[in-house]
Design a protein around this ligand. Structure first.
Ligand code: ADP
Ligand code: ADP
Ligand code: ZN
Length: 223
């Protein structure tokens, strides 16, 4: 099962990718998470990533392509992967296709989460996650069952992303409109683009994605 979740910041890619990871046992490959880990490590890449992310801009294609190519060769990707946040440009999409061909595999489905832009600001400014396990929550839409205690791991510390503020969100949305949305026709032409209503509630979006995966044949072959 090799799939991409595509959609603007706050569309629900991470939320759904984590659920799919649990259900199907294939890893979520989130380039944003990888970059945040690099920022935390203080590496040179991390310092560059911090500047770019705080500005709501995109990292250079060659760095991101290399990061994903290394990642998909790890043993945990043997049954496939769920890409979340990659590709974000046409150049990344083309590089992904050629690397998959080189590795003797291909994409099963690209799932676009369709959302209303105005709702995104609200989603992003209310977003927070468990500091221990990364489980995602929202001030209005999805709090832990016991207030202050993570449903997934019992952790009691939570964090918010530096770039989840209204000013940065606007530039991230513009980056999506100008650099990422043009990928959609590329996958449409390839006949592997599927659309899901990202404005539905979280469980309903999961149901729609499961339905797509079945129809796309992405669940064949054991994953
Ligand atoms: P992305 O990875 O696409 O940026 P997230 O999965 O992090 O988006 O979701 C952004 C925020 O919106 C999170 O706080 C999440 O809990 C919340 N969220 C995700 N999906 C939905 C949904 N269908 N309805 C309401 N809130 C949602
Ligand atoms: P969101 O979940 O809000 O869509 P991500 O966590 O995926 O955001 O990404 C956060 C930031 O990391 C982006 O705004 C961008 O600066 C950088 N980034 C992540 N993935 C990529 C990529 N594939 N290409 C370029 N920049 C990226
Ligand atoms: Zn947790």
């Amino acid at each position: 099962m090799n799939i991409i979740l595509l959609g603007p910041p706050g569309a629900g890619k991470g939320t759904q990718a984590k659920r799919l990871e649990q259900t199907y046992g294939v890893p979520q490959l989130a380039t944003g998470d990888m970059l945040r880990a690099a920022v935390k490590s203080g590496s040179e890449l991390g310092q560059q990533a911090k500047r770019v992310m705080d500005a709501g801009e995109l990292m250079p294609d060659d760095l991101m392509v290399q990061m994903i190519e290394e990642r998909i060769q790890q043993p945990d990707c043997a049954k496939g992967f769920i890409l979340d946040g990659f590709p974000r440009t046409t150049a990344q999409a083309e590089a992904l296709d050629s690397m998959l061909t080189r590795h003797g595999t291909k994409l099963d489905a690209v799932i676009e989460l369709k959302v209303d832009e105005e709702a995104l600001v609200r989603r992003i400014t209310g977003r927070y996650s468990c500091a221990k396990c990364g489980a995602g929550y929202h001030d209005e839409f999805h709090n832990p069952q016991t207030p202050g205690v993570c449903d997934a791991c019992g952790g009691t510390e939570f964090r918010r992303r530096d770039d989840d503020n209204e000013a940065t969100v606007r530039s991230r949305m513009e980056a999506y409109r100008e650099q990422t949305a043009p990928i959609l026709p590329y996958y449409e032409t390839a006949g592997i683009l599927w659309r899901v209503d990202g404005m539905a509630d979280i469980d309903e979006v999961t149901r729609q994605i499961d339905d797509v995966l079945r129809r796309a044949g992405a669940l064949d072959g054991g994953a």
